[in-house]
Design a protein around this ligand. Structure first.
Ligand code: NDP
Length: 398
């Protein structure tokens, strides 16, 4: 039984709060805090059990410290934006509280997607006897667990990793993003990096694509190679990996809109001056686009996210595919959110549960794959994200 403080009342915050509230035997008390308290109250009103809400600016360490000291949680679940990771980690260190997030720190002025800033906290968390769990969403998060589980149970040594993230959902808008538009567009427009023979190789964004047919009739999609942050930690923690790539599905329509927006400068992250005011184009674009948390009722179709791993078992080459399929409408019925927020929020709750139940709790800063995947994978099956394994799936991946 533990008290948790959830920071961030967006699409993901809504799902984490619902999922924690479903398990009062683990999360006995929940406080939901965010920049706009009205959004916390709206989520609280969806629940059958009462939770406390609060206002906080998570860029401000003294404000965070005051809130944490008042609430006295055992764990802070950070589902605000990646820009707030370090301030929240600082506040956790100052108040002696454990930490969890779903995305690595990014400085506002460069879309970098690197763990170095958070890995630099290793010694401080270890010395304080506190745990920080990094990237407990779906990708990163479940994909790290899938890789660790496959490596543990199916191989002696793993050699190639392809993470394939397909969203076969349709929200009916000409253009919208399924999670925070600013973070999503920064990620998609960044240069591609993949791991090959001991180093990251850089290629232009969206320059390699292939077709992919999902299992169980989800459909066939074009998937594009892009950089994703779990490649950094997975290649570090599984040094036998020779090649690691991340693929995501995009429709022609999405890419055409993005190309035009990019060409006219609307996806820029550098401030420009407009009528005497400094405006960051991508932040202005965010204000124009549909709020991802409103997509739930309109999004139909399924996501299919999984890992294809090749390697050696008993001296023989083999391939294993482990995946989850999630239905947007079923998620909406359960927690009033679409599947992108759902697939992120459920692993955040499970990561928190692993820590609070003592299965994973240990001092230091940890990526998911450094911890035992078995209890996490068991909970995925029980809490809304069941997965399956196909041995020798017969994919012919680039
Ligand atoms: P949203 O934009 O929907 O929500 C973010 C929330 O954080 C909003 O409620 C926002 O407040 C709040 N917030 C922003 N800045 C501050 C601040 N300074 N102080 C307090 N609160 C703040 O984003 P999502 O819910 O879609 O995403 C949340 C996180 O999850 C992001 O870090 C994202 O990168 C990550 N993510 C991870 C995935 C994974 O699989 N690992 C997949 C998808 C997302 P306000 O409402 O006032 O703007």
């Amino acid at each position: 039984m533990a008290k948790v403080l959830i920071i961030g009342a967006g699409g993901v915050g809504q799902v984490v709060t619902h999922k924690c509230a479903q398990l009062p035997e683990v999360f006995s008390e929940i406080v939901l805090a965010s920049r706009t308290e009205a959004k916390c109250k709206k989520i609280a009103a969806q629940l059958s059990t009462p939770i406390e809400t609060a206002q906080v600016d998570a860029d401000n360490v003294p404000e965070l410290v005051a809130l944490i000291n008042r609430v006295k949680p055992e764990l802070v679940i950070n589902v605000a934006l990646p820009y707030q990771d370090l301030t929240i980690m600082d506040a956790c260190l100052e108040t002696g509280v454990n930490y969890l997030d779903t995305a690595n720190y990014e400085p506002l002025d460069t879309a970098k997607f690197e763990y170095k800033w958070q890995w630099a906290y290793q010694e401080r968390f270890e010395k304080a006897g506190l745990m920080a769990l990094l990237g407990s969403g779906f990708d990163p998060g479940a994909t790290n667990m899938f890789t660790a589980y496959i490596a543990k149970h199916y191989f002696d040594e793993i050699h190639t990793l392809d993470i394939i993230d397909v969203n076969g959902g349709d929200h009916g808008y000409p253009f919208a993003t399924n999670f925070n538009p600013e973070i999503n567009i920064r990620e998609v427009t960044a240069e591609c990096r993949h791991w090959e023979n001991g180093e990251f190789v850089t290629t232009p964004a969206m320059s390699l694509k292939q077709g992919f047919t999902c299992p169980e009739g989800v459909g066939s999609f074009d998937i594009y190679r892009m950089y994703h942050e779990e490649l950094e930690s997975l290649t570090k923690h599984f040094p036998t990996i020779k090649k690691a790539q991340f693929w995501m599905s995009f429709s022609d329509n999405y890419l055409k809109h993005l190309e035009v927006l990019g060409n006219v400068g609307m996806t820029g992250i550098e401030p420009i001056e407009y009528q005497g005011q400094q405006i960051v184009p991508i932040q202005f674009l965010k204000a124009l686009l549909p709020d991802p948390s409103t997509l739930g009722p309109r999004t139909k179709g399924k996501t299919c996210i999984g890992c294809v791993v090749r390697g050696l078992k008993d001296g023989k080459e083999k391939t294993v595919y482990l995946y989850n399929i999630c239905d947007h409408q079923e998620c909406y019925q359960e927690v009033q959110s679409q599947a992108i927020s759902y697939t992120t929020g459920v692993p955040a709750m499970i990561g928190a549960k692993m820590m609070l139940e003592g299965k994973w709790m240990q001092p230091g800063v940890w990526n998911m794959e450094q911890l035992d995947p078995d209890p996490f994978m068991q909970d995925m099956n029980q809490h809304g994200l069941p997965w399956k394994v196909i041995e020798e799936p017969g994919f012919d991946l680039k």
